[in-house]
Write a protein that binds this ligand. Structure first.
Ligand code: IPE
Ligand code: IPE
Ligand code: MG
Length: 239
């Protein structure tokens, strides 16, 4: 199913990649092995986006809340992220995909920050698609960050209070040029946002599947796109 009707194809898909731990537990494996298998799903979904023509893919990889997990799991995830970036850089060049990272990037281990900076810079000019990784990301932290940027500009006399509207506010978010997601997918059945893109998801279609993230591959992704194609987005109208 690679030829989808145009209405099935969201411009931007955002995913809460959840369920790696449960996937591993069901198999008597370590949580880290679950995360490793989850990395394979990232690769599969990236490829599926290219096939389907989805231009923006945002992945929730590590939240501001995830720091409370055991040290060994956090360290393992950081290593896995580094490995993923190293392995996938050639693919990003090959397919002209720009990498972005959003979140409290200063919280990340230095070597991960360095490779992120390198890959982001090296892919900066590409426009075939964008991969946005949310790392040490929290929707509330992003909104607070935007509010304090605006407050500083007001204090410096660069911005009038009367000029603060939704568009101005949105220009102060982490990646203001990325359009809001059309479709948000959450795997492993949890019916919550877990602090993901609180501002940007205002009018996004939500799709929750019981599939655990390591089991979420191309077929599951296309199923989500087909469901998206059946939705009627009204944006407050009565049509
Ligand atoms: C998602 O899988 C990955 C991250 C949050 C980093 P989990 O690790 O949350 O897996 P479950 O929810 O425990 O199954
Ligand atoms: C959300 O998953 C964060 C990521 C997928 C990175 P969690 O597993 O952390 O969410 P909760 O704790 O179940 O809400
Ligand atoms: Mg989870």
């Amino acid at each position: 199913m690679t030829q989808l009707p145009a209405s099935y194809v969201p411009r931007h898909v955002a995913i809460i990649m959840d369920g790696n731990g449960r996937w591993a537990q069901q198999r008597g494996l370590s949580r880290l092995q679950g995360h490793q298998e989850g990395a394979q799903s990232v690769q599969a979904v990236l490829q599926a986006c290219r096939k389907a023509g989805v231009k923006f893919l945002t992945l929730y990889a590590f939240s501001t809340e995830n720091w409370v997990r055991p040290r060994s799991e956090v360290n393992g995830l950081m290593k896995l992220l580094m490995q993923f970036l190293k392995e996938h850089e050639p693919d990003l060049h090959k397919h002209k995909i720009r990498l972005r990272a959003i979140g409290r990037l200063d919280d990340l281990p230095r070597p991960l920050q360095a490779i992120l900076r390198h890959v982001m810079k090296a892919t900066e000019s590409y426009d075939a698609g964008q991969l946005v990784l949310c790392l040490s990301y929290g929707g509330r932290a992003e909104i607070v960050h935007a509010a304090s940027k605006i407050a500083r500009r007001v204090k410096a006399g660069e911005l009038a209070v009367a000029d603060i509207d939704e568009a101005e506010f949105a220009r102060n978010l982490y990646a203001p040029d990325v359009p809001d997601p059309d479709l948000m997918i959450r795997t492993s059945g949890e019916m919550r946002l877990s602090n993901f893109l609180l501002w940007q998801l205002s009018y996004t279609e939500l799709y929750v599947t019981d599939a655990l993230w390591p089991d979420f591959r191309e077929d599951q992704f296309f199923k989500a796109l087909a469901e998206y194609g059946r939705r009627r987005r009204r944006f407050g109208h009565i049509r």
